[in-house]
Design a binder for this molecule. Structure first.
Ligand code: TRP
Length: 325
């Protein structure tokens, strides 16, 4: 049997550079490897675990599919779908919730962070976030998941659930592993934490113009003189330099930094140009795809149909093993 891959992005706004480098690039790499059968979704139900706007969610679901297509995900090679259109995800997630404890879920760092961020929205859906994510993955019996390193605690939960289900009910779930890319941790433009849609001023949109990118990169906080330990905004810039610049140019900037001759604005503008060059083909392709919404709707419909075939099969097996058929 070929290996299966599943991944997804939360439908909170359009994709940004962090999603692209940490997730989508790995998704594309695996899609183009004939040993893998790839399933990529838009996690719209995960978006309702924190405060959201109905109208924005409705748009974001389709916009992310367009982002996927423009980035190079190919519906001929990958099944592209919207999570809530395959209701089997929710059914499996409820069955999984019967073997997971509240205490375990409450101790996850991702949960604690969100409760801190939205203290008035400490909901059951938020507590269940990792269980739904485990269902997303295991419904397709995926053993490889291309996501950023911040998702590792969730993958650990998915592995635990797979093991427990197999032990208790004799199911045959694989224990999914993370597929890492070199952009697995994309730092925030603010110099603190990771690039995130929910932190204003932290991210570059994939559709930002050169001027917007330059403005954002120029705003990354740095010291007035170079030299000293590489931390905060300076660290962000050097992580970008390593990803986006040719190795010799990256080394050159680093040496200049250490011998205190670096002008930050020179590094910043070189980076802005390199980031823009990486995004330009994406932006051009995106415009073409967005002009053909019938095509996009067709991909979405067919994706859900294909995903459902696999999802229903797994769900049937689980129900039989649990005495629910
Ligand atoms: N939790 C992931 C994130 O925030 C999104 C996600 C939901 C996901 N379900 C998934 C990722 C299943 C991989 C597999 O980025």
């Amino acid at each position: 049997m070929s290996h299966r891959v599943l991944s997804g992005c939360r439908a909170t706004g359009r994709l940004h550079l962090g999603n692209y480098l940490g997730g989508v690039k790995g998704m594309i790499e695996l899609q183009n490897n004939p040993n893998y059968e790839t399933f990529y979704m838009v996690a719209d139900a995960h978006a309702i675990t924190t405060p959201f706007s109905v109208n924005e969610l409705r748009q974001d679901r389709r916009e992310i599919i367009i982002d996927y297509l423009a980035a190079g995900l190919d519906p001929k090679k990958s099944t592209l779908f919207i999570q809530s259109q395959v209701s089997e995800h929710f059914e499996l997630s409820f069955y999984f919730s019967s073997i997971e404890t509240i205490a375990r879920m409450m101790h996850l760092p991702t949960y604690k962070d969100k409760v801190k961020q939205y203290p008035k929205n400490n909901t059951m859906a938020l507590l269940n976030y990792p269980i739904l994510m485990a269902a997303d993955i295991l419904l397709y019996k995926a053993d490889l998941v291309p996501v950023g390193i911040d998702q590792e605690p969730h993958l650990e939960v998915a592995r635990e659930i797979a093991r427990k289900m197999n032990q208790i009910y004799g199911t045959k779930f694989p224990e999914p592993k993370r597929f890492a890319t070199k952009g697995e941790y994309i730092p925030s433009l603010t110099g603190e934490g990771k690039m995130s849609k929910s932190i204003e001023g932290s991210y570059i949109n994939l559709t930002d113009s050169f001027d917007e990118i330059r403005k954002k990169i120029r705003a990354v906080p740095t010291a007035t003189v170079s030299g000293g330990p590489i931390t905060g905004g300076i660290k962000t810039l050097f992580i970008f330099a390593e990803i986006f610049l040719p190795p010799n140019l990256y080394q050159e900037f680093k040496e200049k930094y250490h011998n205190q001759s670096l002008k930050f604005v020179a590094l910043k503008d070189t980076l802005s140009e390199a980031i823009y060059q990486e995004l330009k083909p994406f932006q051009e392709k995106r415009k073409q795809i967005a002009a053909n919404l019938n095509y996009v709707e067709k991909i979405i419909k067919e994706g859900a149909e294909k995903a459902k075939i696999v999802a229903q099969k797994t769900l049937k097996e689980v129900k039989e093993k649990m005495g629910l058929n």
